[in-house]
Design a protein around this ligand. Structure first.
Ligand code: NAP
Ligand code: F7E
Length: 341
């Protein structure tokens, strides 16, 4: 039974990755952070009581900011494949906590790579690189496009990307980077723009909210479905040689277009509900991202299955269903997290 270790298993991608690998017959291990409240909602359905026989899903306490915890986990688990998906992944927040973001995203990757090198494990390594690294370089962006990062998050991702390439070249590690464009799902964190919109649409549709405050509506992103993208990550580690791949849909839409589509799907006119709040503007913006993922199509045989309209519908429907279920279940109200970014 192949064994995988996933950092960031409690996040959006980590949860889809864990499901995907479990279905392929892997023993799946994930690193989780100690938190004062439960942070395993996205993977709780995979958990089987450790006391029952045949469990193939395991969580371990560790942190990308804590090198010894990573080294111990690696030595203990001895994975065949390591997926480094853990990160402070919010671009706007990275302007508020640049040092922490750099520590976890950039130095966290070195800690993990160094632990692999020093333990001498013959495992394959996946690094979650980001289209944010392209920043202000115009689209379409592919593996040869120069990086021009526009945030502390993106700068840290460039470092993590380059150090992964460096460990591959220096030590012969089977280490690959997936340069993934934005990918979303009903499990997307509530403060990323797509989920913020679809969640607000559900609340407005149910008469529980009137107004949605957003920032820059002109920014354009290449939005795909997270469930499709974890398959590309896995495919990279199945290749004989490690390499780097751009993953995206090759289609871009503005935040305004996403907003319009999401409200329309719920029978609402977005102009009646959306207001601009400059506090959601960023000190430096990334205007336009659109992937040229032809290498992934050619080498990995990977293509996205879910398109833009289907993604919007999926997310709005999921938020409406969750809200209705919560109310039918008798809860007081849907949690309306105050700290949106
Ligand atoms: P996400 O939902 O924000 O999940 C991030 C994960 O990292 C969570 O499990 C989080 O744990 C964990 N984490 C945060 N700080 C950590 C630390 N100090 N030590 C260990 N784990 C830590 O992000 P995602 O959307 O799944 O993205 C997965 C990866 O792909 C990230 O590296 C992200 O930067 C990158 N990426 C994402 C996209 C995208 O569009 N989604 C595109 C390109 C690249 P908690 O649950 O405890 O917070
Ligand atoms: O912003 C604009 C905002 O926060 C998208 C991460 O997964 O993808 C993600 O980073 C756009 C930006 O994602 C609001 O200015 C307008 O132009 O959903 P987002 P992101 O910054 O693209 C990349 C590939 C990653 O690697 C990251 O980890 O939407 N926008 N109004 C807003 N954004 C937010 N969050 N909130 C607003 O109110």
């Amino acid at each position: 039974m192949p064994r995988a270790l996933i950092t960031g298993i409690t996040g959006q991608d980590g949860s889809y990755m864990a499901e995907f690998l479990s279905a392929k017959g892997y023993e799946v291990h994930g690193l989780k952070r100690r938190s004062s409240s439960f942070n395993t909602d996205r993977v709780d359905h995979l958990y089987v009581d450790l006391h029952s026989a045949g469990s193939t899903f395991f969580l371990h306490y560790a942190d990308l900011a804590d090198a010894s915890s990573l080294a111990w986990c690696l030595a203990d688990i001895k994975p065949d494949e390591v997926y480094n998906l853990g990160a402070q992944s919010h671009v706007r927040v990275s302007f508020d906590v640049p040092e922490y973001t750099s520590d976890v995203v950039a130095i966290g990757a070195v800690r993990l790579l160094e632990a692999i090198r020093r333990t001498g494990l013959p495992c394959r390594f996946y690094q979650a690189s980001s289209s944010e690294m392209f920043g202000s370089t115009p689209p379409p962006q592919n593996e040869a496009t120069p990086f021009h990062p526009r945030s502390p998050y993106a700068c840290a991702k460039v470092f993590a990307h380059q150090i992964t390439v460096n460990y591959r070249e220096s030590y012969g590690l089977h280490a690959s980077c997936g340069i993934l464009f934005n990918h979303e799902s009903p499990r997307r964190g509530e403060t990323f723009v797509t989920r913020k919109i679809t969640r607000a649409v559900a609340l407005i549709r149910m008469g529980m909210q009137q107004t949605l405050y957003l920032g820059n509506l002109d920014a354009r992103r290449d939005w795909g479905f997270a469930g499709d993208y974890v398959e590309a990550m896995w495919a990279m580690l199945q290749q004989d040689s490690p390499d780097d791949y751009v993953i995206g849909t090759a289609e871009s839409h503005s935040v305004r277009e996403f907003t319009e589509a999401a409200f329309a799907h719920a029978g609402l006119d977005w102009r009646e509900h959306v207001r601009i709040d400059p506090r959601y503007f960023r000190p430096a913006e990334v205007d336009d991202l659109r992937a040229d993922a032809s290498k992934a199509r050619r080498v990995l045989g990977w293509e996205p299955r879910v398109g833009f309209q289907e993604l919007v519908r999926m997310m709005v429907d999921a938020d409406l269903t969750a809200l209705r279920r919560k109310f039918q279940g008798g809860a007081d109200a849907m949690d309306t997290h105050a700290a949106e970014s």
